[in-house]
Design a protein around this ligand. Structure first.
Ligand code: SAM
Length: 279
């Protein structure tokens, strides 16, 4: 088997990516929607006083949201640089007291935590997409450290949504690398090697695949959504709305949220979100 998961590579990638990861969720309308929809799920499933592991936390956009909800957070990431940024951003925002610890970790092995340690586990933004063939170890670990009846909130990259979003670039790549390489990505979901020259290697899921993968675990799927839908490839017009009509933008975010949660839309965003309950 061709092993694709390389912990050292992803650690180095995010160490070098640094502050750009903090900017990402504010950078474009589709990313603002992405942030909004993820926040909706935090609001819905995280309660004041919950002990939460945030795995693959990055620079802390969601750590701050978890703190606002009154959670007691263990922040984890594979990248020391992202952890350092997280500590800085959380302290700057005045929520440092809500964090129990900042831990370097890899979701494929959470043995530093006892089983059933956390009320909820949040793994947003794709850590599960980076572990390729180790995804089974990772989801079992995320569930193991969650209390029975507790929730694990995940989000991963979407194959269909990303293909729709980046279609012009993908069609150009077929000219440079041949159709077969792109077809391999479509069939495997794995973006790897020369097709990802930035080094952003990841597995993109279809919802049918993620659903059947989750159904094999000791959990129940209780919620799912795309992280954005209408906003893909509509940056220009939405930037105009953001600048000129805040009432319409607020209404638009409601439309996105409603549509993203329709079963027919789950594949249709750059990321998809799932909430599972440990049984
Ligand atoms: C795209 S960022 C998402 C950050 C944040 N959760 C969000 O959604 O905005 C992915 C984060 O996952 C971390 N990561 C990647 N693979 C990981 C792994 N195996 N274990 C823990 N963290 C990982 C990266 O270092 C990075 O900070």
């Amino acid at each position: 088997m061709n092993i694709k998961y390389d912990a050292g590579h992803i650690k180095q990638f995010y160490d070098q990516y640094g502050e750009r990861e903090w900017e990402r969720l504010e950078s474009t309308p589709e990313n603002k929607v992405n942030f909004h929809v993820h926040k909706y799920f935090l609001n819905r499933y995280i309660n004041k006083g919950d002990r939460v592991l945030e795995a693959g936390a990055g620079p802390g956009r969601f750590t701050i949201e978890l703190a606002k909800l009154g959670a007691s957070i263990t922040v984890g990431d594979i990248s020391p640089k992202q952890l350092e940024l997280n500590r800085l951003k959380v302290h700057e925002s005045g929520y440092g007291d809500y964090v129990e610890s900042w831990d370097e970790l890899d979701i494929v092995d959470l043995s530093k935590y006892e089983s059933s340690s956390f009320d909820k586990v949040v793994c947003f933004g794709g850590a599960l997409s980076y572990v390729f063939e180790k995804k089974d170890d990772a989801i079992k670990e995320l569930l193991r450290v969650t209390k029975p009846d507790g929730y694990v909130l995940i989000s991963v990259m979407s194959l269909l949504g990303a293909t729709k979003r980046f279609l012009p670039e993908i069609l150009k790549l077929t000219q440079r690398h041949g159709i077969e390489l792109i077809e391999n990505v479509n069939q495997s979901g794995d973006l790897y090697g020369q097709l990802a020259p930035s080094g952003h290697f990841c597995h993109m899921f279809r919802w049918s695949e993620l659903e059947s993968f989750l159904k094999q675990q000791v959990c129940e799927i209780i919620d799912a959504a795309a992280a954005n839908f209408l906003s893909l490839n509509n940056e220009e017009i939405l930037n105009e709305v953001i600048i000129n009509d805040s009432t319409l933008w607020e209404q638009y975010l409601q439309w996105e949220l409603e549509f993203c949660r329709e079963p027919g839309a789950i594949d249709g965003g750059t990321h998809m979100i799932a909430v599972i309950k440990r049984i």
